[in-house]
Write a protein that binds this ligand. Structure first.
Ligand SMILES: [Zn+2]
Length: 265
């Protein structure tokens, strides 16, 4: 009898958990969603540890964009990444293979802009495989170095079924070229330049009630991202919370969209 009761209680708890998850995913308004897009993760340095500590103190989940050539084959980095993920508040997204940029005949070319279809296909395949292996998960979100994008970038993303979210500077151009399977989230960069977020300028650029979803781009490992800038980041988080925005991981946002479309189907 006691066994039966225990079984019933545990089944009930599973059911309640299931309902709570569905409700949470279904009730988030996409217009109120913000994703923290922290770029250029290569190694678990003190700067990254300080960034995660501050984010956790603010109760915020963060997406870290990995440059995969730097983490591929590094067992200690992979272990650290999986430890962070296991806490439930960190997601690693694909920030490309090597983040390179060069000039050809006076034109700037980067890993995912102007480098050609075959080059991009190789770099996307290698980076997805390397990051899946390091994180032990199927990576679903992608953002390119220097936010490069052209028709070939669209083609390689569309040909990679695992990808469900792309971070974009110009949402309308990207939206027109990507399959509907891939959510497109608009990037808002650091107001004072790379590694230099400013809370006051962010509030001017993104006044209360401005519709999301947006991704706030940061560079926590950049030397400009000092204690004062970390404080600016905290102020931005507090401002978003005060104004009713939900800060989600990329995969959580995609799940929200699936739940919304399932509910209206
Ligand atoms: Zn980058």
């Amino acid at each position: 009898m006691e066994n039966q009761t225990a079984r019933f209680v545990s089944a009930l708890l599973v059911f309640i958990g299931f309902c709570a998850t569905s409700v949470a995913a279904g009730t988030v308004d996409p217009a109120k969603v913000v994703i923290i897009k922290a770029d250029d993760f290569r190694v678990p340095s003190p700067a990254w540890i300080a960034f995660l500590k501050a984010s956790r103190e603010e109760g915020v989940k963060v997406g870290l964009g990995a440059i995969v050539t730097s983490i591929a084959g590094k067992d200690s980095t992979a272990r650290w990444m999986q430890e962070q993920q296991a806490l439930g508040d960190v997601e690693f997204w694909n920030h490309g293979w090597d983040h390179t940029r060069w000039t050809t005949n006076g034109t700037e070319v980067s890993e995912f802009k102007g480098s050609g279809l075959a080059y991009m296909r190789q770099h996307l395949t290698d980076s997805q495989a390397g990051l899946n292996s390091a994180s032990g998960k199927d990576v679903t979100a992608f953002g390119t170095g220097y936010n490069g994008f052209d028709t070939n970038t669209a083609a390689v993303i569309n040909a990679t079924p695992a990808l469900r979210l792309f971070f974009a500077r110009n949402v309308s151009t990207v939206r027109n070229l990507l399959d509907s399977r891939v959510a497109v989230v608009k990037i808002i960069g650091e107001s004072d330049g790379t590694g230099k977020p400013s809370a006051a300028k962010f509030e001017t650029e993104f006044p209360p009630g401005t519709p999301g979803p947006i991704a706030i781009q940061l560079h926590p490992a950049n030397s400009s991202f000092d204690a004062a800038r970390l404080d600016e980041y905290r102020k931005i988080l507090q401002y978003l919370r005060t104004n009713g925005y939900s800060i989600l991981l990329p995969a959580e946002y995609v799940e929200t969209l699936s739940a919304t479309s399932a509910a209206t189907r």
